[in-house]
Design a protein around this ligand. Structure first.
Ligand SMILES: Cc1ncc(COP(=O)(O)O)c(C=O)c1O
Length: 428
């Protein structure tokens, strides 16, 4: 296709999307970007523009787009039927691989999205403790359920521990069951857990919250406080699972929760997520173990889907090979270092925050510790920076660079070159 007709096709699709989709989008990403294909660490849009891809489908494509081994596994599976509702070998083997990899995982229940996994993890904690309230952290992302949308990204800060709903359409009553704490503040958490221990069903946390690493000792203290007060600790590892390390954040930071949720990487680019954890809590998914009254009802048409499981298994086999995480971390370290240096040399106040597989910059001179400190960032500068990067050929989310095993030395070089040009332009 010649470039003129490519841009016509793209314009047509953008217009059509505006007619048929609210806001012209699937709800995830600006409507002017329509991606046509991806290979390795790059994607191409319908206008034929090529990007170094740090969006990675919002994280699942850790081994790169259209990895030949994942594609082959999926092709083989698809030709023999795509969903059965009943148990299938691939789902069973994926559960086994998760249990081998993830420290807290003694049993696994599959669902189709991270949102569902978090919703059911909170329900499992409630069923286990027979209590109602969940403590979550301000700025913590646990999907789109009514509970998770409390104090995810409040425009106006509430007073801890009162929750602030982030969305229209959430019943007022949900507020009564959520307690909000600041990330990285173990003292506040300790006070809240002690005060509410008789009604607190669980504490849910992203062990690495968005792009904010845990402060030294924070997760250890969280583990101690919850254990001492008989409150299950849930790690949301939808992002960090199989990304920070093969065993996720719990391996990387060395703190083991009671339950965790997984998504993104374990579906290899297909819809699949999971709740995993201690057998005693997972028993609530089994009526024969806990009886009618304590049984947690959970059914999903596509749960344990064999195509997704085959893609997940193939992805995990690639990640398990020696050197995979060293490579991901080395790529991320090089990029984080280069971005920090370029901004420093340009005299732009900025914090490059995160871990090598996942990071971004916040334009502020304040250290980033929790959700409120991210609000000190210059959002207009960030918007301009991201827009210029996209124009020059870097695709990324609003506030994240996801690193892929497939990113090459050339991808790194091109990215640093584009950063250099764009930072110079920001200074003009
Ligand atoms: C930490 C975390 N938990 C849960 C979710 C929700 O997952 P999904 O989009 O599959 O519902 C996300 C999605 O980005 C996430 O980042």
């Amino acid at each position: 296709m010649d470039p003129v007709s490519e841009s016509e096709v793209e314009r047509g699709l953008v217009e059509k999307a505006k007619r048929v989709l609210p806001g012209g989008t699937f709800g995830n990403f600006p409507s002017e970007v329509v991606i046509r294909e991806g290979r390795g660490g790059r994607v191409w849009d319908e206008g034929g523009r090529e990007y170094v891809d740090f969006l990675l489908g919002s994280g699942p494509m850790l081994v790169g787009h259209a990895h030949p081994e994942v594609t082959a596994a999926v092709h083989e599976r698809i030709a023999r039927g795509t969903t059965f509702f009943a148990n299938n070998r691939w789902g069973i083997e994926l559960a086994e691989a998760i249990i081998e990899a993830v420290p807290c995982a003694e049993q696994v229940r599959f669902v189709s999205s991270g949102t569902e996994a978090d919703l059911y993890a909170m329900r499992a904690a409630r069923a286990f403790t027979r209590r109602d309230k969940i403590l979550k952290f301000e700025g913590g992302y646990h999907g789109m359920s009514d509970y998770s949308l409390m104090s995810l990204a409040p425009k106006r800060s509430g007073n801890f521990p009162a929750p602030v709903p982030d969305s229209a359409g959430i019943p007022k009553s949900v507020r009564d069951d959520m307690i909000i704490a600041p990330f990285n503040d173990a003292e506040v958490v300790e006070g809240l857990v002690k005060e509410h221990r008789d009604e607190l069903a669980g504490v849910i946390v992203e062990p690495f919250q968005r792009i904010i690493p845990p402060a030294p000792g924070f997760l250890e203290k969280l583990r101690k406080i919850t254990a001492e007060n008989g409150v299950p600790l849930i790690f949301d590892e939808v992002v960090t699972g199989f990304r920070l390390a093969y065993g996720g954040a719990q391996e990387y930071y060395g703190v083991v929760p009671d339950l965790c949720t997984l998504g993104k990487v374990i579906g290899g680019g297909f819809p699949l997520a999971a709740i995993a954890g201690r057998e005693e809590i997972m028993a609530h998914f089994d009526k024969n173990k806990v009886g009618d009254e304590n049984f947690l009802v959970q059914i999903g048409t596509l749960s344990g889907n064999p195509v997704a499981a085959a893609a997940g298994l193939a992805t995990m086999a690639i990640l398990k090979r020696p050197g995979a995480y060293e490579r991901i971390h080395a790529t991320g370290r090089e990029l984080m270092g280069a971005l920090g240096d370029l901004l420093k040399r340009a005299g732009i106040a900025a914090q490059v925050t995160g871990e090598p597989p996942l990071f971004d910059v916040v334009f502020t001179d304040q250290p980033i510790r929790d959700y409120r400190s991210t609000l000190s960032g210059d959002t207009e500068l960030m918007r301009r920076f991201n827009a210029l990067l996209r124009e020059r050929g870097i695709l990324k989310g609003e506030s994240k660079y996801y690193i892929s095993l497939a990113h090459t030395d050339q991808d790194i070089k091109d990215t640093i070159g584009i950063w250099k040009d764009v930072i110079a332009e920001l200074k003009q």
